[in-house]
Design a protein around this ligand. Structure first.
Ligand SMILES: Cc1ncc(COP(=O)(O)O)c(C=O)c1O
Length: 339
């Protein structure tokens, strides 16, 4: 696909084959130094553990075009660390942080023509590790692949920074002591049916409650939840089955240091939503998506407004996206320049 055929104003979140992807193999106890390849097909053994036992993990991150033409990665060290934790959880070899960040830079540079212009979206990077090689028993794979591909993206939720409605799901995406905190495919396989049902019913996505008691909000589809109270508190769920999002982590820091909010990681009881004057979903893909309403049983709980963005949510959005695109100075180390 040529980038001339991309309408930068209409970018959604769809696969586009870009020029090059990074590929590294783990054999005989070590990762090779990796190569860039044009081939977007993987040729792997039919016995690969990734295919049968879900031995795989992935990451999601973005590269942004700045006003001056330079390119920013946002906290890639945090994605490297999270992928290392996911690899540990599924008994896969960690990719060293240095190799991870170097591979990200290589992929961004090799696909530079696909980075959306300043303010029009971002180049989404999808790093992943999969267990491969001939195998049949339930055990860790003999070999692994670490790869990163890139696609230009715009809004994940249609309409972007406008309030969206979400449906509380009866299903769980993860178990109390399971793999919820790891970014592994099994969690997302479990989320396909509930997500599909929510969208069929006219919602942007579903919200998961805690898998043990079904009384507390955990995650908003593939994004984290935050709520703002009238007492200037930023509250986000604390749970071992929630994915520790890097956007969430960043907003917790910005809410406190730049907006002067009190940051609380704690329980978000589904029966006590009245305490929030605003609510939002946050993640690399979702950025900040205001939550206009939550449907729980036959009741729709409306937050700030079903059509307008709340002022605190807007300030958080401006601060976060300003740092990512280089318009606002971020905390030390958050932005890594490519090239
Ligand atoms: C289940 C889930 N929760 C939360 C997030 C947000 O994480 P991050 O901000 O690191 O993108 C994601 C997206 O990666 C996700 O898939």
């Amino acid at each position: 696909m040529s980038n001339e055929s991309i309408n930068w104003d209409k970018l959604g979140f769809d696969y586009i084959k870009t020029d090059k992807r990074y590929l590294s193999y783990f054999r005989n106890g070590e990762w090779d130094k990796g190569t860039l390849t044009e081939d977007n097909q993987l040729h792997i053994s039919e016995g690969s553990t990734a295919l049968h036992y879900g031995q795989q993990c992935f990451e999601g991150m973005k590269a942004y075009r700045c006003k001056d033409g330079s390119i920013n990665l946002f906290r890639p060290d945090q994605n490297a660390l999270r992928m290392q934790r996911s690899c540990d959880r599924l008994l896969m070899p960690q990719v060293p942080t240095e190799q991870f960040i170097d591979a990200c830079k290589q992929v961004v540079k090799a696909n530079e023509r696909f980075i959306p212009p300043y303010g029009k979206g971002a180049l989404y990077l999808r790093p992943f590790v999969i267990g491969v090689g001939d195998n049949i028993g339930v055990r860790t794979a003999p070999e692994f692949i670490f790869s990163i591909f890139a696609i230009p993206v715009g809004s994940y939720f249609k309409g972007g920074m406008t309030p969206h409605k979400f449906l509380i799901s009866d299903y769980d995406r993860a178990a109390p002591q399971g793999t919820g905190a790891a970014k592994v495919g099994g969690n997302y396989a479990a989320s396909l049916q509930p997500g599909y049902k929510a969208k069929q019913a006219g919602f942007a996505d579903c919200i998961y409650l805690d898998p043990l008691t079904h009384t507390k909000i955990e995650e908003v589809g593939s994004a984290n939840f935050f709520g703002i109270t009238a007492n200037n508190e930023f509250i986000t769920p604390k749970s071992a089955s929630v994915l520790p999002g890097i956007t969430r982590l960043s907003l917790m820091e910005l809410a406190q240091s730049r907006l002067g909010l009190k940051v609380i990681e704690g329980d978000v009881l589904i029966n006590n939503l009245d305490r929030f004057v605003e609510a939002g979903a946050c993640g690399t893909a979702a950025v900040i998506t205001p939550i206009g309403g939550i449907q729980y049983g036959d009741k729709l709980h409306v937050f700030y407004s079903e059509s307008e963005v709340g002022p605190v949510t807007q300030k958080l959005y401006n601060e976060l996206t300003g740092i990512q695109s280089g318009d606002i100075e971020g905390p030390a180390g958050w932005v890594v320049k490519v090239a």
